[in-house]
Design a protein around this ligand. Structure first.
Ligand SMILES: Nc1ncnc2c1ncn2[C@@H]1O[C@H](COP(=O)(O)OP(=O)(O)O)[C@@H](O)[C@H]1O
Ligand SMILES: [Mg+2]
Length: 257
């Protein structure tokens, strides 16, 4: 495997009495796009909060390029090359599109390269150029998602954590956004951890994936193998075409529960 960018070992985390992650381990190598699939409430957002320094784990360790993140704040981690695009986008609604991008570069002091990066972002997302003077709050949901990703990229991350970028968007927009994510990964070598309920699109974009259920990783496979897996097809892709063998396995699975 290529150089490991991000690694989580045996993470436990939660909110007071609520335990949301129960011993989660994963890794992301340089240049990879990796999906984390899971139903609502599985712990996906909690995992990204731990990986980005937003929530301290109660157990386990996160390493960024080999170094434990310890109690580093999200700011410190942005400096170290890791940026988190949280669920629900969270652009600055009153700032213009352009000023949102400026905000994404606030830790940088290489003004010329920052100027070039505005152009790069407008190249990825032409609609943001058209709307650069408008308040971000007036953008559509899809445009806000594009802006949230572009703002994150303005920090020049080596690791990008995306929390459900497809949420609430039309299939066409989802496709467009995932295509850009793939392009960013290919052109800039950014490692992407893609958290999604939209398994079909996520697995079409990622090279491999983890499946998170009730705070535990229950599967770790290449995207091709996950797409061919009966349980994944039924629960995450909504395809019910189990053969006889699949039905027997499903009965066994129900007995475990
Ligand atoms: N701020 C919070 N306070 C208490 N419980 C929370 C909070 N955020 C999430 N949870 C709980 O933690 C579990 C995992 O949530 P989350 O990580 O948001 O899942 P996902 O992103 O996969 O939908 C759920 O049971 C959820 O109810
Ligand atoms: Mg979530």
């Amino acid at each position: 495997m290529d150089r490991v960018l991000l690694e989580a070992g045996n993470i436990e985390a939660g909110y007071g009495p609520v335990t949301a992650l129960r011993g989660v381990s994963l890794r992301l190598a340089a240049g990879e796009i990796v999906a984390v699939l899971g139903a609502n409430g599985a712990g996906k957002s909690t995992l990204l909060k731990v990986l980005s320094g937003t929530l301290a784990p109660t157990r386990g360790e996160v390493r960024l390029e080999g170094e434990p993140i310890g109690s580093a704040t999200p700011d410190r981690l942005v400096r170290r090359g890791l940026v988190h695009v949280p669920e629900g986008r969270e652009v600055f609604p009153l700032l213009s599109v352009r000023d949102n991008l400026v905000a994404g570069a606030y830790l940088r002091d290489d003004a010329d390269a920052v100027a070039a990066d505005f152009e790069r972002m407008y190249g990825y997302f032409p609609v943001l150029r058209e709307r650069r003077a408008q308040p971000a709050g007036l953008l559509s949901g899809g445009e806000q998602q594009m802006l949230a990703i572009a703002r994150a990229l303005m920090a020049r991350p080596r690791v990008l954590l995306l929390d459900e970028p497809s949420l609430g968007l039309s299939p066409a927009l989802v496709k467009e956004i995932f295509a850009i994510v793939a392009r960013i990964n290919a052109e800039a070598g950014v490692g992407v951890l893609l958290v999604e309920q939209n398994a079909a699109q996520a697995l079409a974009t990622a090279v491999r994936g983890y499946v998170l259920e009730l705070g535990r990783i229950v599967m770790e496979e290449s995207s091709a193998r996950l797409l061919a897996n009966d349980d994944i097809r039924e629960f995450y892709l909504g395809i019910k075409d189990r053969g006889v063998r699949g039905q027997r396995r499903w009965k066994r699975r129900k007995q475990w529960r």
